[in-house]
Design a protein around this ligand. Structure first.
Ligand SMILES: [Zn+2]
Length: 592
């Protein structure tokens, strides 16, 4: 994109200071001035913005010889973790499915809820929401895992309460600790302790079990609830996992909550399961370090043939590229987009397969990125196709992935993505929590219909032409669960896959394939959430999960679009084993 130089500079001169201009000039192949501008002129968008100080390493202490000493150590390490994370504001997402009993399938979703926010891990753990409808100020400050029984009302904060056992009083004065046994979690040998609050130690105290790794004595897992139960409300049960993503510390990553009893004769007041994921601990904010690195390559002279004036069409394309880059940068810095990585290579291969077999030659390459959230959505901005982690998770095979990507490729081919209002940097100046109110990539119904038509054409000319039955099956499975999964199907940036209880994406393919049959164990139409993509909560990098096949033995093992408990394979930092999200039976079974 050498052609872009002068346009870029012109745009920058009108909006940015000299430093930012110099930085962008020196790196014309990746023109991305917006985030710098955002940081320079925005009044403290979020507490994550200050330069992240180096993480202090815990002192090496003598090896304990008694369990009493071990207790002292893990109490000390827990306080150390609370301190180290106190200036962090990671993204926190909770996806909850209410359950009802189905005689054939067991507990199945009856409704769902979605919460997305920033967790302020400072003085008292608090949160800010990305979603408009969740702007109910009083909610956030109540007790954790807290639900009023007379009126079902979920407190988003409650699901992340178990990031720590007890934020303020995790000590011997408030708790009794009883050693239970040794146990391996993944590759990590742990000491297991039961933790009970002392009499009259106050309300909302942790009650349950903790796993402590046996080298530095950090807590790696907490499982339990809070006690005593207040009147007319109660605390959820939670299973909270940490990952050793930075030397010396295990950071909270996944929390699974579940309530409900489906044995005969039980009347559930509350029945649900919920996954809470935390990521974005170390969001890069395009700070000073980046600028210095950029300035160093300044001496390279531009000798490419393109270092000429741009034609009007070239100028138009550069302008669109700038809008695209601005959006990708802004979504990444808001903690919503994974940095470019392994998963993109797979997505790009699929897009490439569609392009090559259809002889599609575009002036700019098509790129792909992973949206870190669970709701099922795709959108495209310029030539960048974005697909959510949740959607990749539930797709049963490569042909279905090709199908959802083909719709966005069709928008690009048909020239639907030529809007460039985001080339103006002022449009990137908003707080991270304001992302959904400030960015949007929805198309008009006519463009949606045209893109679907073109997508089917692209698929029929592609290596996936023989596998479109699977796509039909996926769309049928989606239709079956659509009425119960309104939150999962509510998109925040792109067009929804379903509206008013009906799937409206790629309807021409929806009749293909066999009838949906839950009792056919070899018919895997859609997968549970969480089985394909794992996110590194520290740096947001996305990776494919590698799982061994697990046989499906009943219709209840399929769990399409459902949430399951987490069971990450724990490993120590630098051991070469990447921490993985839990493989689930159905996801593992497909093996593709
Ligand atoms: Zn569309």
């Amino acid at each position: 994109m050498r052609t872009s130089n002068w346009i870029l500079t012109a745009a920058l001169l009108t909006s940015l200071g000299a430093t930012a201009q110099q930085a962008a000039d020196s790196q014309p192949s990746a023109p991305s001035p917006a985030p710098d501008a955002a940081q320079a002129s925005q009044p403290a968008p979020s507490p994550a913005a200050p330069a992240q100080a180096a993480i202090p390493q815990p002192a090496v202490l003598p090896t304990p010889t008694t369990m009493d000493q071990v207790v002292n150590l893990f109490i000390e390490r827990e306080h150390g973790l609370i301190k180290v994370l106190s200036n962090r504001t990671p993204v926190v997402e909770t996806y909850l499915q209410n359950l009802q009993a189905d005689p054939q399938l067991g507990p199945v979703p009856s409704a769902d809820h979605y919460f997305l926010g920033r967790l302020d891990m400072g003085e008292s753990v608090d949160r800010k929401d990305y979603l408009k409808e969740e702007e109910k100020g009083m909610q956030a400050r109540l007790l954790g895992g807290f639900q009023k029984l007379y009126k079902v009302q979920y407190q988003p904060m409650g699901f992340s309460w178990m990031v720590y056992a007890d934020r303020t009083d995790f000590d011997r004065e408030h708790y009794d600790f009883h050693y239970a046994r040794r146990e391996f979690l993944g590759d990590v040998r742990c000491l297991v302790f039961d933790v009970t609050p002392k009499k009259n130690s106050g309300r909302g105290r942790f009650l349950g079990r903790i796993w402590v790794e046996d080298q530095a004595f950090n807590i790696v897992r907490l499982n339990g609830t809070y006690a005593p139960q207040p009147r007319n409300s109660y605390f959820f049960h939670m299973d909270s996992w940490r990952l050793n993503l930075i030397p010396g510390y295990w950071v909270p990553a996944f929390i699974y909550s579940e309530e409900g009893d489906f044995s005969a004769g039980v009347k559930n007041k509350v029945a649900f399961k919920a996954q809470t994921r935390i990521w974005g601990y170390d969001l890069k904010k395009g700070g000073k370090d980046d600028e210095l690195t950029n300035i160093r390559v300044d001496s390279v002279t531009d000798e490419s043939a393109a270092a000429q004036d741009a034609s009007p069409l070239q100028a138009e394309r550069v302008w669109q590229q700038q809008a695209e880059d601005n959006v990708v940068e802004r979504l990444t810095s808001a903690g919503l987009l994974a940095p470019e990585g392994d998963v993109d290579r797979i997505l790009q291969t699929v897009v490439n397969n569609l392009q090559v077999t259809n002889n599609i030659d575009l002036p700019r390459p098509v790129r792909t990125r992973v949206l870190l959230t669970s709701p099922l959505e795709t959108f495209s901005v310029g030539n960048t196709i974005v697909i959510s982690r949740g959607l990749i998770d539930v797709l049963p095979d490569e042909a279905s992935l090709a199908a959802v990507l083909s719709h966005e490729l069709a928008h690009i081919v048909l020239g639907h993505n030529l809007g460039s209002k985001y080339a103006f940097n002022d449009r990137m100046l908003f707080s991270d929590e304001g992302t959904y109110q400030n960015l949007g990539f929805k198309h008009i119904p006519e463009e949606e219909a045209a893109a679907d038509k073109k997508a089917v054409e692209l698929l029929k000319n592609s290596p996936y032409a023989q596998k479109l039955d699977n796509v039909g099956l996926f769309l049928k499975a989606l239709q079956q669960r659509t009425p119960q999964l309104q939150a999962l199907l509510t998109t925040h940036l792109g067009n929804p896959l379903a509206e008013n209880g009906t799937v409206n994406r790629l309807t021409a393919l929806a009749t293909l394939g066999p009838a949906l049959d839950n009792n056919k164990l070899d018919q895997i139409a859609a997968l549970p959430l969480g089985g394909r993509v794992k996110i590194n909560p520290w740096d947001d990098k996305a990776e494919m999960v590698k799982t061994a096949p697990v046989a499906i033995t009943s219709a209840r093992d399929k769990m399409p679009f459902e949430v399951t408990p987490f069971f990450p394979r724990l490993a120590r930092f630098g051991s070469g084993v990447a921490p993985a999200a839990a493989p689930t039976t159905a996801a593992a079974n497909t093996g593709n």
